[in-house]
Design a protein around this ligand. Sequence first.
Ligand SMILES: Nc1ncnc2c1ncn2[C@@H]1O[C@H](COP(=O)(O)OP(=O)(O)OP(=O)(O)O)[C@@H](O)[C@H]1O
Length: 273
Amino acid sequence: MRLEFRNVSKTFGLKAAVDDVSFALDGAGFVGVIGRSGAGKSTLLRMINRLGDATRGQILVDGTDILSLGGKAKRAWQANCAMIFQQFNLVPRMDVASNVLHGLLGQRATLATIFNLWRAEDIRRALAILDRLGIAEQAAKRAEALSGGQQQRVAIARALMQDPRIILADEPIASLDPMNAQLVMDALKRIQVEDGRMVIANLHTLDTARRYCDRVIGMRDGRVVFDGRPDLLTTSVARDIYGADANFTEDMTSTAIEERDEDIRYAAVLVGG
Ligand SMILES: Nc1ncnc2c1ncn2[C@@H]1O[C@H](COP(=O)(O)OP(=O)(O)OP(=O)(O)O)[C@@H](O)[C@H]1O
């Protein structure tokens, strides 16, 4: 799959949240979008699945401008790019399995979904996805009873239910402690590598971008100011992206955890890796 931004801008009033952005992504990979708050990361991501429209430009997916899609074609595209959010956006009082099955809303008859009548094969698939993410035993619990890291993995499971080509993640670990952040990032990475799906994640820390991404896009004031491999993200490049002064240190964007042995073993058990 080729995803190409061509001179894409999005303005709110006079403010250009995304300003003449062009880049192309070829094939599956893990792409991180970094930049300080207000740089335009969310706006960029939301245009890809048409949660927000662009003011100018084209977003080409295998040659088709997805910004020009309407009606059924637009919905089909949206089903192909699932989104996960910082605040998980689950239905808190609903059980985990039903939350996951909600990934199929729009693909199944409305009446059946209102009454929570799902096909046996859908239920089996939801449970298999939960199992893959290491949270099968939570399937019958209410979503609100789970930890943040578990809830985010439920949100990932719901996204996978759509069988999307792209997973868009808007600050997926910003509300999580470092341990749970690692579990969630490991789960996203596995999905990207094993399934060959493209993952595009807005990340608020440099160390996460370095550790998980194949490609990093750095934004500042709506513009792309860095686009390349994570190993090219030197401190001075980072300083430029974050618009920081000479006092900038990487710790300012860091959530690095101490990698104690038991943490690593625990993570491996939970994600089944
Ligand atoms: N619906 C909106 N109406 C008006 N201005 C908006 C709207 N959405 C975003 N903006 C503005 O556009 C700019 C980019 O916002 P955006 O949320 O994309 O940045 P971000 O990099 O994702 O930041 P954060 O990490 O804080 O979410 C900001 O100046 C923001 O105030």
